[in-house]
Design a protein around this ligand. Sequence first.
Ligand code: 13P
Length: 253
Amino acid sequence: MRRPLIAGNWKMNGSKIDAEELLRGVIAGVADMNKVDVAVCPPFPYLYVAEQMLAETAVGWGSQDVSREEGGAFTGQTSAAMLTDFGCRYAIVGHSERRQFNGETDSIVGRKYARAVAEGIIPILCVGETLEERESGKTEEVVGNHIDAVINLSGVEALAHGVVAYEPVWAIGTGVTATPDQAQEVHAFLRARVAAKSREVADQLRILYGGSMKPGNAVDLLAQSDIDGGLIGGAALKAADFVSICQAAQSSV
Ligand code: 13P
């Protein structure tokens, strides 16, 4: 049985005060949930706040990105070692917004994944197709390439140290969610892709869904056999909504 993970990706939102308030709401709301892993990924400057406020709680925290380099003259980047310094358990890698706006290729994402694993951080590898790719029947090719980037560079065993998030680009921030069947189909494909290399790794791998996941659709999505949690954007910015999704995961077990 895979333990569900609900992770909030705050993206570039809020202030320090907002972060503190949101964290207070999440801490109080999920305190009694023992069947689900809960994590938040605030903007980099607020990781210190997360560390201070979450250290004594069961809520984990992580970053929204990590450098593919180990350290040195890379202005503006943050290394995996620095993230462990701030207690990060997770790092999102390969989010579609970074692929789109920061030119991240599969090979860059593969290296970021490897750097996170090397420092003991759990990478959350985002995969997903655009609407155009879906409509031209390329969904499996695209998400297959996204996951192969890690397998080819680091071996299938590297997936035993990470989490995958299927985030169809057309569902991110649009209010249009993949139906439970649409999501399940891609999740099952991804698991089979991994199983072709290692059944054991595939069986253990948590595959989250992300893309307009909300309290109103979380129960049905999380009921799917290959959906093991969620990567939440907009709804993670309201403590009540995020907690309600965590509750859906807690009840799905
Ligand atoms: P939304 O939940 O706002 O659609 O964002 C999903 C996402 O990109 C999480 O990483």
